[in-house]
Design a protein. Structure first.
Length: 216
């Protein structure tokens, strides 16, 4: 049994929030994030095997409609000539295709499918990570890295479903994916925005935009 595990965001001691037949879930009383302890994380081979089951065809219109609630407000917040990176694009980078169709330049990175790390050494007008951050074992480190890639005034767009509260979490379908190991609350995003001293916009129940200050 685990006790007093640290939050992967604010490092506060966490308490057990829920157990199911596969794993434990811990809740942070400060930033309200929920995470799965490392002992229950899948290894790389099992994780990729789960991702390989996804059928993410960039030409699938239903898949594109799924992205529209992120894509449409993103396009309202970035310039027509903006250059971006899609982080964790998966085997079928539909969002990349959609943004390229608008004339925006895109790079893509994925640990398993597009592992060219040279794209992580560049600066971008915007960075996207859709249905990605809930898979991260060290989410704050990765988010800090993505934030550092943004030019002044740049936008980091994230898409991940948010925790409402611990009671709702217990019956939440989103936790059942074995590759989902960290879950954000609105307060988690508030913590991140305060850490970066940036503007935060939350849209619906799964879209967040963080804009970097234009000051050097």
């Amino acid at each position: 049994m685990y006790s007093d595990l640290s939050c992967p965001f604010c490092a506060s001691p966490c308490v057990n929030a829920h157990q199911d037949r596969r794993r434990d879930y811990y809740h942070c009383p400060k930033c309200l994030a929920v995470h799965v302890p490392a002992a229950f994380h899948l290894n790389s081979a099992l994780e990729k095997a789960e991702y390989d089951k996804h059928e993410n065809d960039p030409d699938d219109q239903s898949y594109r409609r799924f992205f529209s609630r992120f894509f449409d407000p993103l396009c309202e917040r970035i310039a027509p000539e903006a250059e971006g990176l899609d982080f964790g694009c998966g085997p079928g980078p539909a969002l990349v295709s959609m943004l390229e169709e608008t004339g925006r330049g895109m790079e893509k990175y994925d640990l398993y499918y597009y592992p060219d790390k040279s794209v992580l050494q560049k600066q971008y007008d915007f960075v996207t990570a859709t249905e990605v951050v809930e898979h991260l074992a060290d989410p704050l480190k990765v988010l800090d890295t993505l934030w550092a890639m943004l030019k002044p005034g740049g936008v980091l767009g994230l898409m991940t479903k948010r925790v409402i509260d611990v009671e709702a979490f217990k019956t939440w379908h989103y936790k059942n994916d074995p590759t989902h190991i960290v879950f954000f609350h609105e307060a988690t995003f508030d913590f991140i925005a305060e850490r970066w001293a940036c503007d935060l916009e939350l849209i619906g129940n799964d879209v967040a935009f963080l804009r970097k200050t234009t000051m050097p």
